[in-house]
Design a protein around this ligand. Structure first.
Ligand code: ZN
Length: 1095
C-alpha cells in the first residue's frame, strides 16, 4: 500500500477539492501555507510595520526551542521518578529487559482457546429485524383527532390517512388505523402522478405577509369547527373538498382530512412565481433578494397548472391526507440557498448576518467577524432580555470549530507577534485586542468591548485616530480589522513558564490473537513504514518536528528502543501492568528520519514476532497510562494511537466485564449502557489532559467491547474513536487505511485551553464536545484537530441592548505541531432584539439541530430516553408556539405556521428523535449506539446535518456528461424510482441502491454483469470499467468520500433484497421500523403539541 494513493483529504467545506494536496499540504491552520501570499488587504504586513509580521516565512522569533533532542529527555525532572522505577523494574519485571527481536513465543497459552472471529456479519451495519407494528404512530395520530376515516388508499409515506368520502363525514374520529401499509414496491413514484390538489399549493403564494407562514390565510373559507387536524404548509380550511379537483388522480398523496387547501381567491399563480411583494424578508439582507418566503414548495407538482382553478368533476372519494410535497422540503431549502447565496462571497463585515447554509459552497471574506467555518450560531439576533429568551426557548448557542481548515481559496490566518510584551489584553476581563475595542482619548486608551474597562494603550502600540475615531493603522493590523487571527504566545502562556518541546506520536498496537489473525497487525505495520513520512508539520517546515515511539501489547506491554545508533530494535517487556512505568527513555521517542532503518526493521518484525500467539486477553488502561507516562518523561505533549481489538478482561487497572444487556433498552436503566462501567478511565483521562496527551482509538471488535467505557479517554482528551466491526483485511483495509492516513497526517494542536468571553449581558454557561473541564469556564483539550467542534450555550445574566449588540470572543491557546505556542482568536458580533420576530428571522436551523442533538445525546447519560425525547419535542413545540403566538399574523388556530428560518426544524428534529441513540432498532448494538453518541458530540454543523438527514442522489437522471453532483431527492422510499440507481450517504455510511427495473445497459455499464439478478448484493467495490457511466459513478463516490472526515465504505443494495432493510433505515422521512415517526406524522404531532400550548 502506497500512501500516495490514499484517498483525498476531506475538503472541509462540502466541496470536492480538485487537487489532493496530500502530503504537501500546507496546513491551513496554524501555519501559513508557505507559498501562499495572502491577498491584498494585508499585503502591507510585509512592510515595515513593526510589531507583527506575516508568517511563516517571516516568523521573527526563532523557532521555539525544540526542547531536548529526541531521546535525551531522561534528564527531565519528572522523568526521573519513572526512570528510577525502571531501574528496579529492570529486575522485577522479568522476562527480558532488553532482548533482541525474536519471534514471540507462540507456546504461551493462557488457558482460553483462541476465539475465531465472527465473519458472518456483512459489515458494520446489520439488517434490521421485522417491522414492529405501527401502533405507536397510530395511537399518536388517533389522539390527534384527525378528522376523517381511513380508507384503504395506497399510502404514500408509510401512512395511510384514509380519505374521507366527503368533508361532512370527515368530522369523525380517526378510524380503521390498521390499514397502514407501506408504499407498494415497484409502484410508480408518486411524483410521477398528478398531484394537482389544491392542498399542494405552494405556500409562497398563500403565506401571510409576515413572510414566515407556511399557511395561507383562508379568507372567507368556511371554517369547520370540528376539524382539529393540523393544517400544514399551504393548507387552510377551505371549501368543501368535493369541489377540489384532482383528488382521485393522486392516490399516493397524503392530505390530512380537514386540511383542504384554500388558496386565497384569485387566479393560481404559476408554480415558480416570485414572492409577492410584502413577503420580503427583512433579515439584514442575509437571505438575499431572490429568496422569497416560501420558495418553491410546489416545484415538484406535475399537476400544477391545473391546480385550484380547474373545476374538476366532483370527486367521490377524495383522499385527504397530508401531501408530502406540501410540507417543507429539506432538498428545496438547500437548493434555494445554493442558488441564492452560493455565488457571492460571504463578507463578514456586518454584525448579525446569517451566513449561507452549511450545504452551500461559498467563499468567506473576513472583514471583522469570524468566518462561519469557525463559528456558527443558532441565532444571529439575540433577545435583549432573558424573559424574551425564556419565552422563545430558542437555545442560544454557538458551534465553534477553532482550528477549522479553510479552502485553498481563502487566506489562512495571520500570526501577529507583539514581541516580549505579548498580546494586548484588557486588564480586567483579559479579552484580547480585537476590532471591537474602542480607542479613545486620541488613541491613548481603549475601552474594552466586553467589560467596558478603560485601559491604557502601551506606548509601543500607540497610534493616532482618524476623524471617525478609528486608528489609522486599523487595516494594517489583523487584530484591529479581522474576525480571526493568531498571536504568538510568550513564555508566560507556557506550562511551567517554559516553551514546549515538539509533540510526539506513540503507536500502541494490540498484538493479541484477534489482531494477528485478522491481518490487522501486518497491515498496520506495513502502512506505518510509509505513513511516518507524512507526519503533520507547521506550514513551511521541511520536516515534521514530531517524534515517534512504538509499543505493542496484549496482557503485557512491549516497549521498543529504536535509537538510530542501534543495528536492531530492542524490546523491553513490562508485565507489571498494575504499576505502569516506562522502561526506557533514551531511544523510545525518536526522529523518523534519523531512526528510519531501525523503525523499518521493527515494523517488519512485529507481525512475525507474534504470528503464533495464542494470547487472547488484553489490557487497556495500562496502555494509555504507559503512553502518557512516556510523554510526561519526555516533557512533551502528544498523541497516542491505540489499535485495539477486544474487551480488556485481563487482570489490570481498568479491567472490564461484559455488561451488555439489551433487556435494559426502554427501561429507566437504559442510560447505564452509555455510562462508563468504572470511574478509572475518567481519572486516567484527567491525567492525560494535564500532560497534553491526546488519545485516538481505533477499535476492531468482533463482539461487545464496551465502547462507552473505552471511549472515555479519547472523548475527554479531544481524541477520535474509529470502529471497524469484524475487521477483515480484504473487506476493510481501504476504509481503515484511509482513516488512519488522514488521522495521522491531520494538523492538530496540543495542550490547548479554550475560553469564550462575551460582552456584558450574556455568558457561556454550557459546553458540549470532546474535552475536559476542571472549572466552569476553561475548555481543556489535550489535543484538538481541524474537525472537532465545541458547542457552547449562552444565557443572559443581564439586559442587552440593540445598539451595542452582543460580542463573542473565542480564544484558543495551543501548541502547534512544531511546538510553537500560539493563541488563536475568533471574534463574532451579534445583533440584539426587542422583538421576537427578529430572533426568528435570524435563526439557523442546522445549528439549532446540532445543539439539540448534542444536548439530547448528553441527556441519555442521566435520563430515560423517553424523557430525553419528550424534552426535545416539548422544546421544539414551545419554540414554534411562541412564534405562532407572537410573530405570525392572526389566522386560524388550525393552521400550522412555521418561521421561515425554522421550517425544517420539525423534519430535522424528528431525525434526531429516531436516531439509533434515542430510538434504537433491534439490530443496533449497544456499542454502535455508544460510538455514534460520542461521534455526534464533536460533529460540526455540516456533519450533523447530513448525518441526521442523509443525502440521496439519483444517478441516471442527469446526463452522463454532466460532471456535477446530481440534485438530491428527499430521503423517502416514495422518491425512489425502480428504474434508477441512487447513492445515499450520511457521512458514515454509503449505499448504492439499484432499482429492480434498471435498464440492462446500465447494469452492464456499472457492474459488468448482464442482468439485475446477477448483481452481487452487499458488494463493496464497483468494478473499474472503461465507460462513461462507470467513471461518473465512481468519480461521484470518490467525491462524496472526499467531502467527509471518515471513509465511507460502499454497500450495494438491490431493491427488494434483504439488505434493503438496512438501507431503508436511512430514508428518514419515512416511518422507521423501530417506531420512529414519519415526517408527515411527526409534523402532525408537532402541530398538536403547538395547539395545546396555544390553547
Ligand atoms: Zn474587558
Amino acid at each position: 500500500m502506497n500512501v500516495n494513493q490514499s484517498a483525498p483529504p476531506v475538503p472541509p467545506f462540502g466541496r470536492p477539492q480538485p487537487v489532493y494536496p496530500g502530503y504537501h499540504q500546507s496546513n491551513n491552520y496554524g501555519g501559513q501555507p508557505g507559498s501562499t501570499v495572502p491577498p491584498t488587504p494585508y499585503s502591507t504586513y510585509n512592510g515595515p510595520v513593526p510589531g507583527y509580521q506575516q508568517t511563516p516565512p517571516g516568523v521573527s522569533r526563532a523557532p521555539p526551542p525544540s526542547g531536548a533532542p529526541p531521546g535525551s529527555t531522561t534528564q527531565a525532572p519528572c522523568g526521573q521518578a519513572a526512570y528510577g522505577q525502571f531501574d528496579q523494574g529492570d529486575v522485577q519485571n522479568g522476562p527480558s529487559s532488553t532482548v533482541q527481536m525474536q519471534r514471540f513465543p507462540g507456546s504461551q497459552t493462557f488457558g482460553s482457546a483462541p476465539v475465531a472471529p465472527v465473519v458472518s456479519q456483512p459489515a458494520v451495519l446489520q439488517p434490521y429485524g421485522p417491522p414492529p407494528t405501527s401502533a405507536q404512530v397510530t395511537a399518536q395520530l388517533a389522539g390527534m383527532q384527525i378528522s376523517g376515516a381511513v380508507a384503504p388508499a395506497p399510502p404514500s409515506s408509510g401512512l395511510g390517512y384514509g380519505p374521507p368520502t366527503s368533508m361532512a363525514s370527515a368530522s369523525g374520529s380517526f378510524l380503521n388505523s390498521g390499514l397502514y401499509g407501506s408504499y407498494p414496491q415497484g409502484q410508480a413514484s408518486p411524483l410521477s402522478q398528478a398531484q394537482g390538489h389544491p392542498g399542494t399549493q405552494p405556500a409562497q403564494r398563500s403565506a401571510p405577509p409576515q413572510a414566515s407562514s407556511l399557511i395561507p390565510p383562508t379568507p372567507g373559507g368556511p371554517r369547520m369547527p370540528s376539524m382539529t387536524g393540523p393544517l400544514l404548509p399551504g393548507q387552510g380550511f377551505g371549501g368543501p373538498p368535493v369541489n377540489q379537483p384532482n383528488h382521485v388522480s393522486s392516490p399516493p398523496q397524503t392530505l390530512l382530512p380537514g386540511n383542504q387547501m384554500n388558496r386565497p381567491p384569485g387566479p393560481p399563480p404559476s408554480m415558480h412565481s416570485s414572492p409577492q411583494p410584502g413577503y420580503q424578508l427583512q433579515q439584514n439582507g442575509s437571505f438575499g433578494p431572490a429568496q422569497g418566503p416560501q420558495p418553491n414548495y410546489g416545484s415538484s407538482y406535475p399537476g400544477a397548472p391545473n391546480f385550484g382553478s380547474q373545476p374538476g368533476p366532483p370527486q367521490p372519494l377524495p383522499p385527504k391526507r397530508l401531501d408530502p410535497d406540501a410540507i417543507p422540503s429539506p432538498i428545496q431549502v438547500i437548493e434555494d440557498d445554493r442558488n441564492n447565496r452560493g455565488s457571492e462571497p460571504f463578507v463578514t463585515g456586518v454584525r448579525g448576518q446569517v451566513p449561507p447554509l452549511v450545504t452551500t459552497n461559498f467563499l468567506v471574506k473576513d472583514q471583522g467577524n469570524a468566518s462561519p467555518r469557525y463559528i456558527r450560531c443558532t441565532s444571529y439576533n439575540i433577545p435583549c432580555t432573558s424573559d424574551m429568551a425564556k419565552q422563545a426557548q430558542v437555545p442560544l448557542a454557538a458551534v465553534i470549530k477553532p482550528l477549522a481548515r479553510l479552502p485553498p481559496e481563502e487566506a489562512s490566518l495571520y500570526v501577529v507577534d507583539h514581541g516580549e510584551s505579548g498580546p494586548l489584553r484588557c486588564n480586567r476581563c483579559k479579552a484580547y485586542m480585537c476590532p471591537f475595542m474602542q480607542f479613545i482619548e486620541g488613541g491613548r486608551r481603549f475601552q474594552c468591548c466586553f467589560c467596558s474597562c478603560v485601559n491604557d494603550v502601551p506606548p509601543q502600540y500607540f497610534q493616532h485616530l482618524d476623524h471617525t475615531g478609528k486608528r489609522v493603522d486599523a487595516y494594517d493590523r489583523p487584530e484591529l480589522s479581522l474576525g480571526s487571527y493568531e498571536f504568538l504566545a510568550t513564555v508566560d502562556y507556557c506550562k511551567n513558564n517554559k516553551f514546549p518541546s515538539p509533540p510526539a506520536f506513540i503507536f500502541m498496537i494490540d498484538v493479541s490473537y484477534n489482531a494477528i489473525r485478522s491481518g490487522l497487525v501486518k497491515l498496520l505495520c506495513e502502512e506505518l513504514k510509509s505513513l511516518l513520512d507524512f507526519l503533520p508539520r507547521d506550514g513551511g517546515a521541511e520536516e515534521s518536528a514530531i517524534r515517534v515511539g512504538f509499543v505493542t501489547y496484549n496482557k503485557v506491554l512491549h516497549f521498543y528502543n529504536v535509537k538510530s545508533s542501534l543495528a536492531q530494535p530492542q524490546m523491553m517487556v513490562v508485565s507489571d501492568v498494575a504499576d505502569m512505568f516506562v522502561p526506557l527513555l533514551d531511544g523510545f521517542l525518536v526522529n523518523v528520519n534519523e531512526s528510519r532503518a531501525v523503525i523499518t526493521s521493527l515494523l517488519d518484525q512485529i507481525p512475525e514476532m507474534f504470528v503464533d500467539t495464542r494470547e487472547t486477553e488484553t489490557v487497556f488502561a495500562p496502555v494509555i497510562q504507559a503512553g502518557m507516562e512516556a510523554l510526561k518523561a519526555a516533557e512533551c505533549a502528544g498523541k497516542l494511537f491505540l489499535f485495539h481489538t477486544s474487551l480488556p478482561i485481563a487482570e489490570a487497572p481498568g479491567k472490564l466485564k461484559n455488561r451488555d444487556d439489551r433487556k435494559l433498552i426502554n427501561t429507566d436503566k437504559e442510560k447505564t449502557l452509555f455510562q462508563p462501567q468504572t470511574g478509572a478511565y475518567q481519572t486516567l483521562a484527567k491525567e492525560c489532559v494535564a500532560q497534553g496527551c491526546c488519545v485516538d482509538l481505533f477499535l476492531f471488535p468482533n463482539q461487545y467491547v464496551d465502547v462507552a467505557t473505552l471511549s472515555v479517554v479519547p472523548q475527554l482528551t479531544g481524541g477520535s474513536v474509529y470502529k471497524y466491526a469484524c475487521f477483515q483485511v480484504e473487506n476493510d483495509q481501504e476504509r481503515f487505511l484511509s482513516d488512519l492516513r488522514r488521522d495521522v497526517q491531520k494538523v492538530i494542536g496540543f495542550d490547548a485551553v479554550m475560553r469564550v468571553r462575551t460582552s456584558t449581558g450574556i455568558r457561556a454557561v454550557d459546553f458540549f464536545g470532546a474535552f475536559y473541564m476542571s472549572n466552569t469556564t476553561d475548555v481543556e483539550l489535550a489535543g484538538l484537530d481541524g474537525e472537532k467542534t465545541v458547542t457552547v450555550e449562552f444565557k443572559h445574566d443581564d439586559r442587552l441592548n440593540e445598539e451595542n449588540g452582543a460580542l463573542l470572543q473565542c480564544a484558543l491557546l495551543y501548541t502547534s505541531c512544531a511546538g510553537q505556542r500560539r493563541l488563536r482568536i475568533h471574534n463574532l458580533s451579534l445583533n440584539c432584539c426587542t422583538q421576537l420576530a427578529d430572533l426568528y428571522r435570524n435563526c439557523e436551523t442546522d445549528t439549532l439541530i446540532n445543539y439539540m442533538a448534542k444536548f439530547a445525546y448528553r441527556g441519555v447519560l442521566n435520563s430515560p430516553l423517553k424523557t430525553v425525547r419528550d424534552t426535545l419535542i416539548a422544546q421544539c413545540a414551545q419554540i414554534l408556539a411562541c412564534y405562532r403566538k407572537n410573530c405570525a399574523s392572526p389566522s386560524s388556530a388550525g393552521q400550522l405556521i412555521l418561521p421561515e428560518c425554522m421550517k425544517l426544524l420539525p423534519v430535522y428534529l424528528n431525525c434526531v428523535l429516531k436516531s439509533d441513540v434515542l430510538q434504537p432498532g433491534a439490530e443496533v448494538t449497544t456499542d454502535d449506539r455508544a460510538y455514534v453518541r460520542q461521534l455526534v458530540t464533536s460533529m460540526d454543523v455540516a456533519e450533523t446535518n447530513v448525518f441526521f438527514y442523509p443525502r440521496l442522489l439519483p444517478l441516471t437522471k442527469s446526463p452522463i456528461e454532466n460532471a456535477t453532483e446530481p440534485p438530491a431527492v428527499r430521503a423517502s422510499e416514495e422518491r425512489l424510482c425502480n428504474g434508477d440507481i441512487y447513492l445515499l450517504e450520511n457521512g458514515l455510511n454509503l449505499f448504492l441502491w439499484v432499482g429492480a427495473s434498471v435498464q440492462q445497459g446500465v447494469v452492464q455499464s456499472l457492474f459488468c454483469v448482464s442482468s439485475f439478478s446477477q448483481i452481487t448484493s452487499g458488494l463493496n467495490v464497483l468494478p473499474v470499467l472503461d465507460n462513461p457511466l462507470s467513471k461518473k459513478v465512481r468519480g461521484l463516490i470518490d467525491n462524496l468520500r472526499a467531502q467527509r472526515s471518515r471513509y465511507m465504505k460502499l454497500i450495494v443494495v438491490k431493491q427488494e433484497d434483504k439488505l434493503e432493510m438496512l438501507f431503508k433505515h436511512f430514508l428518514v422521512e419515512d416511518k422507521s421500523l423501530n417506531g420512529g415517526a414519519s415526517y408527515v406524522d411527526f409534523l402532525c404531532h408537532m402541530h398538536k403539541e403547538i395547539r395545546q400550548l396555544l390553547s
